[in-house]
Each structure stands twice: as structure tokens, then as C-alpha cells.
Design a protein around this ligand. Structure first.
Ligand code: DX5
Ligand code: ZN
Length: 244
């Protein structure tokens, strides 16, 4: 896909996404959802120092999913505090109305749900034209057939391994079938989309998603509820590498 250059508002010298995320093998993206939002900048700093290759931000509007989390102002604050790439996971109704704002706020990856899009292809192309990588998320109950016609129009597919809405839920193995099917399709047909997974990732489950082909692996509670972020990230990435 064609991408325009994005200048981040904070003027941070960002290491390009390509070198931070795409050359490391399976990479863990900590999700901020359960972090201490009273000390957001410190949490971002701790996660970066712990080796996070990027950060995953869950934007929920209380309509597309029951929970209401945060929006643009918090994404901008994280952007100012972070030098690693940011993935903004939009769990909102009519995401096409806000993609330009999140692109301007400094998202490196904008992830939209196939279930919430009136014109999936148009929205993915609009994201790419704004600059960020365009990723398509698919919820556990949504058949993979919904994303197949869109694979040439996105930079990544985020396979949800929990129902979107909350951190700390149990991993749903339906994600493994989807990841394996997408890996097989990419091998057979060719394609450059990245395989990503989100929800219920732990030391118990990360090996199976990496073996099924997941490359960008979101981990919320497994990192944030650990005593030592660096230890948690290193251990998860090592387990993923061994299984991939
Ligand atoms: C769920 C969110 C996830 C969540 C992951 O709707 O999309 O990103 O933060 O948290 P864990 O890893 O605890 O399932
Ligand atoms: Zn998420």
C-alpha cells in the first residue's frame, strides 16, 4: 500500500516502524489498558525501558463495545511520552470519522474492525493515504471470510482472541484456526500483510499463536500485571521465538 510520510506532532525522532517492529521476529506489543493512568508517562517510559517494540492503545467508545476508555487526548499524551511505534486499536462506531484525527495524533498503525465498517476497503485505503499502516481487526465470532477480500488492501490483520471490550479475559483458541488459515493463504497467494493477535496472551498461550504465524502479539495483563515488565516482555518474546 502507498503511505505518505507522517510528521509526529511532538517532533520525536521516531525509529522507523520497519526497524522497530518488522525485523525482530515475533514482537510483543504491550497494551496500556490496565496500566496506571494516573502515571501514564511513567508507565510508557517503564514499558519502553523494558524493551517494548511498540505500544497498543485500546480506544473504546462505550457503543461498539460496552466499555468507554479514552480517546484522542490520551493518544496524544502517549505520543508525546513515547518514541516507539503506536498501534491505535479503534473499537468505536463509525471509525472512518476519526481516523484522520488519530493519524495526526501520531498513530503508526491504525486498526479498525471489519464488523464496524460500512466501506472496509475505502476506510483501509483512507488510512493508508493518511500515513499509518492500515490493519483490519476481526472478532472471535466473525468468520475469516469477511477479511479475505480485503487482504490486498491492508497492511495487517489483527485476529482477536477475546471478545473486544476488556483486558484480562481468557484466550479463545478460535484465533489459532484463523491465524493458521491466514498464514496458509499468504503463503499460497502471496501477500505482505502482517499477522497480529490480541487478547488473552500469556506464557501459556503465546507459543501457540506464534506457531500459527502471529508476528505482532498484543499482551495486556501478562505484562502490566507482572512484577517486572522487562522480565515479562523478554520471556514472552523468547517463548514466541522458540515456537515460531
Ligand atoms: C481487548 C483489547 C486488548 C486488551 C488485551 O478488547 O483489545 O488489547 O487490552 O488485554 P489482555 O492481554 O489482558 O487480554
Ligand atoms: Zn486491543
Amino acid at each position: 500500500m502507498q503511505h505518505t510520510h507522517v510528521t509526529h506532532p511532538a517532533g520525536t525522532a521516531l525509529v522507523p516502524l520497519a526497524t522497530r517492529l518488522e525485523t525482530r521476529g515475533p514482537v510483543v506489543l504491550p497494551a496500556l489498558l490496565l496500566c496506571d493512568f494516573g502515571h501514564l508517562a511513567r508507565e510508557v517510559e517503564r514499558l519502553q525501558e523494558a524493551g517494548a517494540g511498540g505500544l497498543h492503545l485500546d480506544v473504546m467508545d462505550g457503543r461498539f463495545v460496552p466499555q468507554l476508555t479514552y480517546g484522542l487526548v490520551v493518544v496524544e499524551a502517549v505520543r508525546r511520552a513515547a518514541s516507539v511505534p503506536l498501534e491505535v486499536h479503534l473499537m468505536v462506531e463509525q471509525p472512518e470519522r476519526t481516523i484522520a484525527d488519530y493519524a495526526r495524533a501520531g498513530a503508526d498503525i491504525l486498526t479498525v474492525h471489519v464488523e464496524g465498517l460500512a466501506d472496509p476497503r475505502g476506510t483501509l485505503e483512507a488510512i493508508a493515504a493518511l500515513g499509518p499502516k492500515a490493519h483490519l481487526a476481526v472478532s472471535p465470532n466473525t468468520p475469516i471470510e469477511r477479511v479475505l477480500p480485503l487482504l490486498d488492501h491492508c497492511d495487517g490483520v489483527l485476529v482477536m482472541s477475546v471478545e473486544p471490550g476488556y483486558g484480562g479475559q481468557q484466550f479463545n483458541p478460535v484465533a489459532l484456526e484463523k491465524l493458521a488459515a491466514l498464514t496458509e493463504i499468504r503463503t499460497r497467494r502471496g501477500g505482505s500483510f502482517r499477522l497480529c493477535v490480541d487478547g488473552g496472551i500469556s506464557t501459556e498461550t503465546i507459543g501457540s499463536v506464534a506457531a500459527a504465524g502471529a508476528e505482532f502479539i498484543v499482551a495486556g495483563s501478562a505484562v502490566i500485571r507482572s512484577r517486572n515488565y522487562a522480565h515479562a516482555i523478554t520471556e514472552l518474546e523468547q517463548l514466541a521465538r522458540e515456537a515460531a
